[in-house]
Design a protein around this ligand. Structure first.
Ligand code: GLN
Length: 463
């Protein structure tokens, strides 16, 4: 059963939220020792929530009644720990609910626990968690992708049907691709960032990871909508899935951006193109000349923003406090030492790029490149309704395989980061397998607020 079927049965009184929640808790307990997808199960609050839903008049039960949803560990749920998989916030308890958590609660979803991630959402393999890596449930020697690897692995392992992730450069879509599930990075501004621990505010977006395509759209409906507490939140009406006529839509293939594409992924892409053509979709070659600069542009901009955002974790305002520290400098040294190596690297890179001696060459240059990349897409969307490309340059790699090769790890975001740079929606969906039997993820980009088109096109490719 997918989530919408489960919720329908709870609304009809045919299933009890409490039974569903207990089953889910058992599944997580059984599977988690192997894959480390969950950092905590919110057992008590989840069961209390379930009982309250069962006590409600069935007609009053929400869209996600009784459906267990996991949240990434950088999303605040009042009274619960939100650690960002960091020693810095190991004991931090959320003082309020994120907007998306309020939305889940309002629709009677059960918030079942918090999922493992790369520390502060920085990573592409989930090996940067302070609480141990997550393993890919499809092959335990491989990474699930990152940084929302815990959310993706929990869904792929069948522990849950839905989870929230956050995506700053690909952290929903890349793990979705590595684990063979669906992941949507919505248009920037369509889902509130209130209560999401900031990594790079101009790129961060929360979005759904699900086993089922229709569920993905359903969860996005619940999450999106205007929030006055997020100054970048769009005033437009919330996303609503609609029946769409896909015949006659035009999909672009960015040939210049796909020059060195891995052949196995290329063959899945060609197959998808063939199937879509048979279903009445037109194809057009397009050019995205600046998209190939997305990785360097992304790493300069997001590290710069992170160096500023993470300044608040100084032991005084937020984060770990070493009581033995003497003066202020000693306290910064001891408290900020709690960050892991990747987070420190980004803070240093960002501080360097923003410094007055270098800002012109790095931060400001990257801002200009950002505008050029966004312009590539603006030109493309004058000609096409959506763009088809891979989600990732490779399928899931082995744990430890890229830890010494940062550049190759950073290039994992090649096809995903442009969406965050331009603020566009992009959907990653499983399509085919490589020779090792690992899932291949493809991706559809859309114009601003055109998520519905992406879901409709992906539905044509569903098995
Ligand atoms: N892999 C990218 C990074 O390491 C993306 C992270 C993200 O989207 N949160 O920054």
């Amino acid at each position: 059963m997918n989530a919408s079927q489960t919720a329908a049965k709870v609304r009809l009184g045919q299933l009890k939220a409490e039974d569903l929640t207990k089953d889910c808790i058992n599944r997580i307990k059984e599977g988690n020792a192997k894959i480390n997808a969950f950092l905590e199960i919110f057992e008590q609050s989840a069961l209390a929530q379930a009982r309250a839903i069962d006590a409600k008049d069935p007609s009053q039960r929400g869209k996600l009644a009784g459906v267990c949803v996991a949240i990434k560990d950088n999303i605040l749920y009042k009274g619960h720990t939100a650690s960002c998989a960091s020693k810095m916030l190991e004991n931090y308890k959320a003082p309020y609910n994120a907007f998306v958590v309020e939305r889940l609660l309002a629709e009677d979803a059960i918030i079942i626990g918090r999922t493992n991630m790369d520390e502060f959402a920085m990573g592409s393999s989930n090996e940067n968690s302070a609480f141990g890596p997550v393993k890919n449930p499809l092959d335990l020697e491989r990474v699930p992708g990152g940084s929302s690897g815990g959310s993706a692995a929990a869904v792929a392992a069948g522990m849950i049907t839905m989870a929230l992730g956050s995506d700053t450069g690909g952290s929903i879509r890349q793990p979705a691709a590595f684990c063979g599930i669906y992941g949507m990075k919505p248009t920037y501004g369509s889902v509130s960032r209130y209560g999401l621990v900031a990594f790079a505010s101009s790129a961060d977006q929360i979005g759904p990871l699900t086993a089922d395509l229709q569920d993905n759209a359903l969860l996005l409906e619940v999450l999106s909508g205007h929030d006055p507490k997020d100054s970048t939140s769009s005033q437009r009406p919330a996303f609503k899935m609609a029946e769409l006529e896909t015949k006659g839509l035009t999909v672009g293939i960015p040939s210049d951006f796909l020059e060195n594409l891995n052949l196995e992924i290329r063959s899945c892409l060609d197959k998808a193109k063939e199937v879509l053509s048979d279903k009445g979709i037109n194809f057009k070659e397009i050019s995205l000349p600046y998209a190939k600069y997305s990785s360097p542009c992304y790493y300069i901009l997001t590290s710069s923003e992170a160096s500023s955002n993470l300044a608040r974790f100084d032991g005084l305002r937020y984060g770990y406090k070493d009581e033995s520290a003497g003066d202020l400098e000693d306290s910064y040294l001891k408290d900020r030492a709690k960050f892991g190596p990747e987070v420190k690297r980004r803070i240093m890179l960002g501080t360097f790029s923003l410094g007055s001696a270098h800002a012109e060459d790095y931060y400001l240059k990257a801002q200009k490149v950002r505008a050029l990349i966004a312009n590539d897409f603006a030109e493309a969307f004058k000609q096409v309704d959506a763009i088809l490309m891979p989600a990732t340059p490779n399928t899931a790699f082995k744990l430890g395989e890229k830890t010494e090769d940062l550049i190759s790890l950073y290039l994992s975001d090649l096809y995903t980061a442009p969406a965050n740079i331009a603020g566009l929606p992009a959907l990653s969906f499983p399509y085919g397998k490589d020779a090792k039997g690992l899932p291949v993820g493809l991706q559809l980009y859309g114009n601003y607020f055109e998520e519905a088109k992406l879901y409709a096109l992906a539905a044509l490719l569903e098995k």
